[in-house]
Design a protein around this ligand. Structure first.
Ligand SMILES: [Zn+2]
Length: 303
C-alpha cells in the first residue's frame, strides 16, 4: 500500500499535536532513513543526540515503505536525514511533506551534482549509491555534519572534533581500499553483483562492474539480461560472482546456472553489503567495517 499525500498530512498533524514527551524536554533527536547514514551520524553525534535509523540490516531502501511507527519517529525528530537521489523512492512524498515543517537534509546535498552518475541523457536522474565512492561520501558526511552542528542546541565544539576524527577515518579507509586493490591485476578486477549498486565503487577504485538488475531493485531482470551476463562472465573469464545481503540471491543463481549449462565453472564469492549494513554490534554493522568486508571478499574471490 502506498500512503497518499493527504493521509501522510493527516497523520503528521495528529502526531505533532499529541506527542509531547511525558517527562521534561526530550533529547535532541536525529532520525536517518538508512543504516549507512545512521552509522555516520551516530559515530559523530551519538554522544550528544539520540540517533535512530528507520531501516535496519538487510532492508532494501529502493522498496522500503514507511510504517506508522516510522512516520511517528520521523515526525518527532528534530532533524531527518535521507540519502537523496531517489534512493528511498517510496518515501519521497513523506520526506517532502516533512521538509515543510522541519529540517530534512539529503546526504546528496553535500556534493556538487557533477560528481553524480547520470542515469538518463537529460541529467535529471542520478545513481543514488554515493556511499561507495569513499571520498565522495566523506564530502557528503562533512557537509551534513556541519549542517547538524549548526542546529545542535549544545555540544557543538565536541561534535566538531568528532566530525574531524570521523572524516579522517574515512580518509584512512580510502587509502586502505586503494592499497588492497593494487594487489589485484586490473584484468581480474571484474565485479558481478545482483543490482547496479557498485558503479561508484568501480569508478573510484578501477573495477569493471556489472549488475544483473538495474540501479533500483524495482526493475525486474529477464532471460535476456541473464544470457547477456552469462556471455560477459565467460568472455571476461570471471570465476567469482557475488550476491548482496539486501537482494534475493535468485538473480545471481540464475547466472551461475547459465554459466554451468555452458560448461563454464563459476562460484559465489560470498555476500556483499550494498544498500544495508550488517547487524548492530558486528564489524559489518558499521560503514567502515562493511566496506572492508566487501573489499576482503572481492580480493579473495579474484585471487
Ligand atoms: Zn541499491
Amino acid at each position: 500500500m502506498r500512503f497518499s499525500r493527504v493521509f501522510i498530512q493527516a497523520v503528521l498533524i495528529i502526531l505533532s499535536a499529541g506527542c509531547q514527551p511525558p517527562d521534561g524536554p526530550k533529547k535532541f533527536t536525529i532520525v536517518c532513513t538508512t543504516g549507512i547514514i545512521n552509522d555516520a551520524v551516530h559515530q559523530i553525534f551519538g554522544d550528544m543526540a539520540t540517533v535512530e535509523s528507520i531501516m535496519g540490516t538487510g532492508v532494501d531502501p529502493h522498496l522500503y515503505k514507511a510504517s506508522h511507527g516510522d512516520i511517528n519517529k520521523l515526525s518527532n525528530a528534530d532533524i531527518v536525514i535521507h540519502n537523496g537521489l531517489h534512493l528511498e523512492g517510496k518515501m519521497s512524498d513523506l520526506l517532502h511533506k516533512l521538509s515543510e515543517t522541519k529540517n530534512v537534509f539529503a546526504m546528496s546535498d553535500g556534493a556538487d551534482v557533477k560528481n553524480f552518475r547520470k542515469l538518463d541523457a537529460s541529467g535529471t536522474l542520478y545513481d543514488p549509491h554515493i556511499w561507495f565512492d569513499v571520498p565522495l561520501w566523506r564530502q557528503c558526511v562533512g557537509h551534513i555534519g556541519r549542517q547538524i552542528i549548526d542546529k545542535l542546541p549544545k555540544g557543538k565544539d565536541q561534535a566538531e572534533i568528532k566530525l574531524l576524527k570521523y572524516l579522517s577515518d574515512l580518509d584512512s579507509l580510502d587509502h586502505w581500499v586503494r592499497n588492497e586493490m593494487i594487489r589485484i591485476p586490473p584484468e581480474k578486477r571484474v565485479l558481478i553483483t545482483s543490482h547496479d549498486a557498485f558503479e561508484y565503487f568501480g569508478k573510484a577504485y578501477g573495477i569493471k562492474v556489472k549488475g544483473l538488475q538495474g540501479i533500483s531493485t524495482l526493475s525486474e531482470f529477464g532471460l535476456r539480461d541473464v544470457t547477456e551476463l552469462v556471455d560477459f562472465v565467460i568472455e571476461n573469464n570471471v570465476k567469482t560472482l557475488f550476491i548482496e545481503t539486501s537482494v534475493s540471491p535468485r538473480s545471481i543463481e540464475s547466472v551461475i546456472n547459465g554459466c554451468h549449462s555452458k560448461n563454464f565453472e563459476v562460484k559465489i564469492g560470498g555476500s556483499l553489503f550494498s544498500d544495508a549494513l550488517g547487524s548492530e554490534g558486528t564489524t559489518e554493522g558499521t560503514y567502515v567495517g562493511m566496506i572492508k568486508h566487501n573489499v576482503n571478499l572481492m580480493t579473495k574471490g579474484w585471487q
